[in-house]
Design a protein around this ligand. Structure first.
Ligand SMILES: *Cc1c(COP(=O)(O)O)cnc(C)c1O
Length: 348
């Protein structure tokens, strides 16, 4: 397979594009007190009357340091969903290019392929929920631009082995996106440590799961400076609002608290797993590296409704490929998990 060249995969219109230059891009404060009469804002200070920093510099400094990357390897978005959409719009030509996904997996890749009119080629995971590396490499053609690998995978919960992913990174000449939304719960390390090795690697993470900030919408994208520069050209100038930048910064500085919460969630997961194995209509519990577990039950639709009747909302995944009669349980607080357990026991 041919070597990765960024110029081969950028969309033609994006190559020639000059980004919109906002007022806050043109003048960058060096700390001097200035009078801002450039952006038609209301001058009366209420904390949010000014446009936010389009490059989120203060937030990126801390994130880059915590993640051990340089700030120009990092792009922030309105959730990882925006980051994923930017990847489509920067690299995939509508009605011509294709992406490759491996169901059962996160549903947004397919939704975004539909929105962007980009063919989604699906290669199912194996029955053991592993990557079918040969199947993936066989389906690739010259218009295959992006491969989406979700690891740990949603909804199955497992992460994929390093060897399979390394082979795909080496042999696929498009971009490989590793979606690490659940990496903070996993025993294995993030691919961030190997970012420099692969010019075609993009890693996405989010503040929505382990960091406890789904409500503020902040997604993280790590890649080579060249890839980040392309994405920066097409992102909306003020895609991460002021309140999000402020709350994200104060939360990520509480790294000890976040670590404690992760430990607590993982302890709760072990406790829940023990009880689940004693419920007789649960036929299978799939290994999980995330903050949720996928289980196979006798009749997912029926069990889902019975749990709803008892005030518990879980995710019914029975219509996903390879997931017949499965339910996905997010790990809650101790008292929430006890409610799930007592409801499940009632159903036996
Ligand atoms: C929850 C989740 C996300 C998070 O998306 P945000 O837009 O950042 O909230 C991303 N990828 C996967 C696989 C997820 O499950």
């Amino acid at each position: 397979m041919s070597e990765f060249k960024i110029n081969r995969i950028i969309r033609k219109n994006v190559k020639g594009l000059k980004p919109y230059s906002s007022a806050r891009d043109e003048y960058i404060s060096d700390g001097t007190q200035m009078v801002f009469l450039d952006a038609n804002e209301n001058p009366f200070d209420n904390g949010v009357n000014r446009y936010p920093d389009p490059q989120q510099r203060s937030l990126k400094v801390v994130l880059a340091q915590q993640k051990g990357v340089s700030a120009d390897n990092l792009l922030l978005g309105n959730g990882s969903d925006e980051v994923l959409d930017l990847i489509f719009r920067a690299f995939c030509e509508p009605y011509k290019d294709n992406i490759i996904t491996m169901p059962p997996t996160y549903g947004m890749y397919k939704v975004l392929s539909g929105i962007n009119a980009v063919e989604n080629r699906e290669v199912l995971l194996t029955k053991g929920f592993e990557l079918d590396v040969d199947g993936i490499l066989q389906i690739v053609d010259a218009n295959s631009k992006v491969l989406f690998i979700c690891s740990p995978n949603n909804p199955t919960g497992n992460n994929f082995d390093e060897k399979s992913i390394t082979k795909l990174l080496n042999e696929f000449s498009g971009l490989v996106v590793i979606d690490e939304a659940y990496i903070d719960f996993a025993a294995n390390e993030s691919w961030l440590k190997r970012l420099g090795e692969f010019p075609n690697l993009i890693i996405t993470q989010t503040l929505s799961k382990a960091y406890g900030m789904a409500g503020i919408r902040l997604g993280l994208c790590f890649a080579s400076k060249e890839i980040i520069a392309v994405l920066n050209k097409i992102k909306p100038p003020y895609n991460v609002n002021q309140l999000t930048q402020e709350r994200a910064l104060s939360q990520i500085l509480k790294s000890d608290l976040i670590k404690l919460e992760i430990v607590e969630i993982l302890e709760q997961k072990s406790a829940l797993l023990k009880v689940l194995s004693e419920i007789d209509f649960i036929e299978r519990i799939y290994p999980s590296d995330a903050n949720f577990v996928l289980v196979k039950v006798d009749n997912a639709n029926r069990r889902y409704r019975q749990l709803l009747d008892r005030g518990l909302v879980v995710r019914n995944r029975t219509n996903q490929p390879l997931c017949e009669n499965t339910l996905r349980f997010t790990i809650g607080t101790k008292s929430e998990n006890l409610k799930l357990i007592s409801a499940l026991k009632e159903l036996v």
